[in-house]
Design a protein around this ligand. Structure first.
Ligand code: GLU
Length: 361
């Protein structure tokens, strides 16, 4: 177990889309956990997927987090700026024979359903590998040599003991090639370098965790570097729509900016998100961010999916709107492009409408 006095958490969004409410909730829980324990919270942009990542999505994610009031410590880091380091560690694992080149073509892999659990290239003699590489033979991925008959067990702060058999993990891919790591590899290096003590993320990542634990162990063995030690993990329940399926576009708005543009206040969204999967253990419904920091305990996060209840969000928003002055509401409305109508001739006129309607907003 790590020392709670030196807690370091992070949110690591991929800029391949706008900030989803699920990622925002994960950011909030990391922030609350870090601040509750007097620790630090970092923002790392995971932009290694060059085809899908954009600077526009990165700016949108940053401004949405700022709008919510979830502030990070230190500079934003970007995975793409750390490519040389990732590559250096891939080379170390390759020299230590912890990973190997897979010479299956991408087409062969997809025909097989990609999950070649143990690939026949695993034990290809090094000289033969070098010969093939020199002759220009292409590789599809680099794979991790998973021990065939073992368990990976870890303690999850929310779910308790979690156990995976190595058969279910197989020789998973860690990189496209020696210069292009894939998510599971890059995340381990970046978390270790940032001294992350607690990895709190969505339950959809739970099957990545044993892979990351295996990579950590291999890096520790190959380099002897102390930073490669296992963080504490906590996997948050998914956010579900009212029909209990994973929250998606067909349920309505899913991104923070959509909620903002529909007129939800950041205080309301923060309150609502905090109670998606966590509760203070009593009937209280409204909290400032400071109060949430004070109240938050990861042990009170539930295991089962958290249902997104639109009526509750509207109710919470109504509460915060009624607490907001007419001047402030006018300013907020004027900032929402979709709220502009031809009737809003000027700011003073808008103010009058809001004063008349504020109890019904
Ligand atoms: N980039 C990953 C995501 O957005 C990060 C997952 C993690 O927290 O490790 O899902």
């Amino acid at each position: 177990m790590n020392d709670y006095n030196a807690v370091r958490c992070r949110i690591a969004p991929s800029p391949t889309g706008v900030l989803h409410i699920g990622t925002a909730r994960t950011a909030l829980f990391n922030y609350l956990f870090a601040k509750k324990n007097g620790g630090k919270f970092f923002l790392r942009i995971e932009d290694t997927d060059k085809e899908r990542s954009t600077k526009e999505f990165e700016s949108e994610i940053i401004s949405s987090l700022q709008w919510l009031g979830i502030h990070w410590d230190s500079e934003v880091t970007r995975q793409s700026e750390r490519a040389e380091l990732h590559s250096a560690y891939l080379k170390k694992l390759y020299s230590a024979e912890k990973i190997y080149y897979c010479f299956h073509t991408v087409e062969e892999l997809s025909a097989e359903g990609h999950q070649a659990h143990i690939c026949e290239y695993r034990d290809l003699p090094k000289e033969e590998v070098e010969r093939r590489l020199k002759s220009g033979e292409s590789t599809s991925v680099m794979r991790f040599k998973t021990q065939p008959d073992a368990f990976v067990v870890f303690h999850d702060l929310i779910r308790g003991e979690v156990k995976f058999h190595s058969r279910a993990i197989g020789d998973f891919s860690v990189a496209k090639n020696i210069n292009e790591p894939l998510y599971n590899f890059a995340v381990v290096i970046d978390d270790a370098d940032a001294g992350i003590t607690h990895v709190i993320r969505g339950e959809d990542h739970i099957s990545n965790t044993p892979k990351q634990i295996l990579i950590l162990g291999a890096l520790h063995d190959a380099t002897g570097e102390e930073k490669f030690k296992q963080p504490v993990y906590a996997h948050l329940p998914l956010i579900l729509g009212s029909d209990k399926s994973k929250l998606s576009k067909r349920h309505g708005a899913t991104s923070v900016s959509e909620f903002r543009d529909q007129g939800y206040l950041s205080e309301a969204l923060v309150n609502f998100m905090a109670l998606l999967g966590w509760n203070p253990g009593d009937e209280r419904e409204f909290f400032t961010l400071e109060e949430l920091v004070h109240e938050f305990t990861i042990e009170k996060v539930q295991k089962s999916g958290a249902i997104f209840n639109q009526e509750r969000l509207d109710f919470v928003n109504g509460h915060y709107i009624r607490q907001t002055s007419v001047d402030e509401l006018t300013k907020l409305c004027l900032n929402i492009p979709s709220a502009h109508t031809p009737e809003m001739k000027d700011d003073e006129y808008t103010r009058k409408i809001i004063a008349l309607e504020s109890s019904r907003l």
